[in-house]
Design a protein around this ligand. Structure first.
Ligand SMILES: Nc1ncnc2c1ncn2[C@@H]1O[C@H](COP(=O)(O)OP(=O)(O)O)[C@@H](O)[C@H]1O
Ligand SMILES: O=C(OP(=O)(O)O)[C@H](O)COP(=O)(O)O
Length: 403
């Protein structure tokens, strides 16, 4: 499919694209799993005596999270265990000078690539390869490594332009994410395949379900999405109370598709049989039969968790996208954590995806090793599950075919 670091050799000038896009609060970049993961790739490059030039993006122009990468350089350095120099320029004279100054085993991070006007325009890979950005940096390095799987659904200059001009390789994050996230399509599992679908984004879940058919034996639903399906099944839930804005607009946009999916896959879609809510500052539960929604429902209940656990126990593979409840509040973490614990206690192949959902792993003391793969991708993970190709992965594959 593509070449990897195993094919790269040593002592080269390497331009590596990472995805360090992070939450930013009051101008402070929050540490997260993307730093630890990409640090392993950078560390491997350093150990092989390469000169390492890092490209990455942060936020989008016009948003508060659109900030410099100077903090990212410091955070990455902590995990790589070696200094990461920073230059506040993407491909101008200062950037080029800093690249030329690099010694073997040294790391330099360029400024946020989205600060270059060449990064974001909608163009073909060939047009991106012809941009001033790519034409300035490509001659300064020997090869290009793309480790930014979680940004691979974007056809931006730093992701698709360089493979047109340089020998291109997949980094370790790119390699492992690609393998795990696309494994569902090949369906080489010796037993039932289960998908846990929750969270807040109905369109993501509907797209995933629409794209998959024979590949999946059980869909276990929860979260806001699960409630919308319950509404379609005739239960008196799945709408906003207390002036909320989580349900009604999603229902208006998606009700027909949800009804269709329920009708087509009734035997494979499992819905919560009980739900949890807040009562006197505590967690309370009620069975779905006869329920009328008078306050927010914040998690699936104990019977649902037990039912889902049994299905997971019998599964050969489990893919998770989205949380079953508001797990950030410990009182409503039982559904999400219960499902993760069920997966952890079996030896099934498992992929845990989604930026928010995967945070539950460290919040509740689970180990990443309990799962086959914990994805750091959001949009790219959903696209992989729906069988869509990712432009940056295509660019790597094409580079490999052309050589
Ligand atoms: N019943 C619920 N009510 C309100 N929020 C919920 C509910 N269930 C799940 N959530 C929220 O959904 C969020 C995750 O949604 P989403 O962004 O779709 O998942 P991910 O980022 O993991 O793909 C969590 O932060 C969680 O608090
Ligand atoms: O964080 C990212 O996507 P994600 O939130 O879907 O995981 C990527 O860095 C892509 O960023 P973008 O959605 O601003 O192009």
């Amino acid at each position: 499919m593509f070449k990897t670091l195993d094919d790269l050799g040593s002592g080269k000038r390497v331009l590596v694209r990472l995805d360090l896009n992070s939450p930013v609060e009051d101008g402070i970049v929050k540490d997260n799993r993307r730093f630890t993961r990409h640090a392993r790739t950078v560390h491997e490059l350093v150990e092989s005596g390469h000169r390492v030039v890092v490209m990455a993006h942060q936020g989008r122009p016009g948003r508060d999270s659109f900030v410099s990468l100077d903090q990212h350089a410091d955070l990455l350095a902590e995990y790589v265990g070696t200094p990461v120099a920073f230059v506040d320029d993407v491909h101008g004279d200062r950037a080029i000078a800093a690249v030329r100054d690099l010694g073997a085993g040294e790391v330099l991070m360029l400024e946020n690539v989205r600060m270059s006007e060449d990064e974001l325009p909608e163009k073909t890979p060939a047009e991106h390869a012809d941009s001033a950005f790519v034409r300035a940096l490509a001659p300064e390095v020997d090869c290009y490594v793309n480790d930014a799987y979680s940004a691979a659904h974007r056809a931006h200059a730093s992701l698709v332009g360089f493979p047109r001009r340089l020998p291109a390789y997949a980094g370790r994050v790119m390699e492992s994410e690609y393998e795990a996230n696309t494994s569902i399509a090949s369906r080489e599992f010796d037993g039932p395949v289960t998908m846990v679908l929750g969270g807040a984004k109905a369109t993501d879940v509907i797209d995933v379900m629409s794209a998959l058919d024979d590949e999946i034996d059980h869909y276990l639903l929860g979260g806001i999405v699960g409630e919308l399906f319950l509404r379609a099944a005739g239960h008196d839930v799945g709408y906003d109370v207390d002036d909320g804005e989580l349900y009604d607009h999603q229902w208006a946009d998606n009700a027909d598709r949800i009804r269709e999916l329920l009708a087509e896959r009734d035997d494979r879609i499992h819905l919560p049989v009980d739900l949890a809510y807040e009562h006197d500052d505590d967690r309370a539960e009620m069975p779905i039969e006869g329920v009328a929604k008078t306050h927010p429902l914040l998690d699936v209940g104990a019977s649902t968790i037990a039912d889902y656990g049994e299905i997971i126990e019998d599964s050969a593979a489990v893919f998770v996208k989205g949380a079953l409840g508001v797990f950030e509040d410990e009182r409503f973490s039982d559904g999400t954590v219960g499902v993760l614990e069920s997966i952890a206690s079996t030896d099934c192949f498992s992929v845990i995806g989604g930026g928010d959902t995967s945070r539950a792993i460290e919040l509740y003391g689970l180990e990443e090793d309990y799962f086959s793969h914990v994805s750091i991708a959001g949009g790219a993970y959903v696209r992989a599950l729906t069988g869509q190709t990712l432009p940056a992965v295509e660019a790597l594959a094409e580079n490999c075919r052309d050589r």
